[in-house]
Ligand binder design. Structure first.
Ligand SMILES: [Cu+2]
Length: 372
């Protein structure tokens, strides 16, 4: 079987050879008013079928009825412009479905334990693919996570999103940001009859979001799908990071975003669960971070599943506001960010990993290599 056949079968589209209950990975989705239980390998197809039945919200049909009857539903909003000295930072993202290998090293291997990884590891992910202006062509690979959107306080992030899913995935998607300031029009949230323009991008359509980077937006934040099928779509890869820098702030020499998340059989159709960092599992497949002594290093860990993770870097400690004063293993919850920022002073080969043992042992680990 080639990878495409494997992924189709894995998603339950070609036939389910085995009934495999995976209780630990079960979750419930509410999709357009339907409750969909996601508990078996390949149940992603059930979520997709439910999402395909969600109609375009009445508020977005034709001239558009007001979304609801409360006075707040009749408010209208303007598109923000940059503060004095600020800029418009434009990004073009196409939502595509793509085959994704969770363990791409050949042979498949966990470098930490020198252990072969057996079985299939390719599934069909949904991703935000970076595109050049006007969606002229790809600006980068279709990958988990989507591109990091960067700006400074005073800027407006203008994010063009096109739903480029293939015909078998007839469903709306969105982009919902954290941290920046936005009106309901640019919330990117599907809300049934109350849905505003950015909350339902049907297949083949596009929408342009405008987000303001305010002084209280400084930090590192996730963005993710918040359309009718948001839970499943986020779990299969529709997420990325936003970094808002203080005006004129010195950028770190090394900056790395790490999403901590699971890829489970109900979502992937694969036989086993993978504990992932940026869509990959096991050291040598997950990001290898490199720095030199003396560099200003910022490593941002973001939770992107139903779990809490404990982010640990060997050989290092850092100030963690609200947890510290000094830590080397802070917890990070769903859609929460922690930042490990320090001046590098400890050369060598180091591990970084989630310190939940079952996560660490199933792939949520990687290398941090520090040159003298
Ligand atoms: Cu974990």
């Amino acid at each position: 079987m080639n990878d495409e056949d494997q992924a189709s079968e894995a998603a339950g589209l070609v036939g389910r050879r085995s009934f495999l209950a995976v209780g630990a990975g079960a979750f419930l989705c509410t999709i357009g008013g339907e409750r969909v239980s996601i508990s078996e390998r390949g149940d992603v197809a059930k979520a997709d079928a439910a999402a395909a039945r969600v109609p375009r919200p009445a508020s977005l049909v034709g001239a558009g009825a007001a979304p609801g009857t409360d006075p707040v539903d009749r408010l209208t909003f303007t598109t923000p412009t940059p503060a004095p000295g600020g800029k418009v930072r434009e990004y073009w993202l196409e939502v595509t479905d793509a085959l994704w290998d969770i363990v791409p090293s050949r042979p498949r291997r966990d470098q930490w334990h020198g252990m072969p990884i057996r079985g299939r590891s390719v599934f069909r992910a949904f991703v935000y693919q970076p595109m050049t202006a006007g969606f002229a062509g790809p600006a980068g690979p279709a990958a988990i996570p989507g591109p990091t959107l960067e700006c400074e306080v005073g800027d407006v992030l203008k994010v063009h999103v096109r739903n480029g899913l293939s015909a078998r995935f007839e469903q709306a998607i969105t982009l919902h940001p954290h941290g920046v300031r936005y009106t309901p029009e640019y919330d990117g949230a599907y809300m049934g009859d109350f849905t505003r323009a950015g909350g339902f991008i049907a297949r083949g359509e596009e929408f342009t979001y405008a987000f303001e980077a305010r002084p209280d937006s400084v930090g590192v934040w996730p963005y993710h799908d918040h359309g009718p099928n948001h839970t499943m779509n986020t779990m299969r890869g529709l997420f990325g990071a936003i970094i808002v820098h203080a005006k004129g702030a010195r950028r770190p020499d090394v900056q790395q975003v790490l999403f901590l998340h699971q890829l489970l059989p109900p979502t992937t159709g694969l036989e086993r669960a993978f504990q992932c960092i940026n869509g990959r599992a096991y050291a040598g497949n997950t990001p290898t971070i490199r720095a030199r002594v003396g560099q200003d290093v910022a490593i941002h860990a973001i939770g992107m599943d139903n779990n809490f993770h404990d982010f640990h870097i060997h050989g290092h400690r850092w100030l963690q506001e609200g947890i510290g004063p000094i830590t080397d293993t802070p917890s990070v919850g769903p859609n929460e960010t922690i930042t490990a920022r320090f001046t590098e002073d400890n050369p060598g080969r180091w591990l970084y990993h989630c310190h939940v043992f079952s996560h660490m042992d199933a792939g949520m680990a990687g290398w941090y290599l520090v040159a003298p």
